[in-house]
Ligand binder design. Structure first.
Ligand code: CU
Length: 159
């Protein structure tokens, strides 16, 4: 299966503004420079689901390079049915997950999505191969979108 990024590029060549709503147009280069200056993604990975499952987790560090807080309210991908932001916390000696409706990143601060903390919960994944890349698009409260490619890593991967 060709990578999502390749399909995006192909689609963008064929039809203007085809792939990611609002951000894949003739101004693509300009908006990717803009992304660079606002949110910076590092260590973005998706764990390959366990055999027979279509659910997994994603980890990433997201740095806010601006002087204002940025609050992400949703995330989506063409190969993932649903993406939620979760937080794992210890409650009375048990590790429990709860869904967060938003992820706020302070000015010049960073959010760390990592094991036993905040993470992306991925539901209804299409089959993924290790080494493949999956683009996830985040949307903030103002409707700005931030796309980043996540690397598919083996099930046992620890960042
Ligand atoms: Cu979770």
């Amino acid at each position: 299966m060709p990578s999502v990024r390749f399909i995006c590029m192909l689609a963008a060549m064929l039809v203007t503004g085809a792939c990611t709503p609002g951000k894949e147009s003739s101004e693509q280069q300009e908006s990717s420079q803009q992304k660079e200056a606002t949110l910076q993604f590092e260590g973005a990975v998706i764990r390959q689901p366990a055999p027979g499952l279509d659910k997994s987790v994603g980890y990433v560090s997201i740095a806010n390079r601006t002087d204002k807080p940025i609050t992400l309210v949703s995330a989506g991908s063409t190969v993932i049915g649903a993406i939620e932001i979760h937080e794992t916390r210890e409650v009375e000696g048990l590790m429990r997950m709860r869904r967060l409706m938003e992820l706020s990143i302070g000015a010049r601060d960073a959010a760390q999505l990592k094991p036993n903390g905040k993470h992306l919960m991925l539901f209804r994944l299409q089959p993924l191969r290790v080494g493949e890349q999956v683009e996830i698009v985040f949307t903030d409260t103002a409707g700005n979108q931030y796309a980043h490619a996540f690397d598919v890593v083996p099930l046992g991967y620890q960042p």
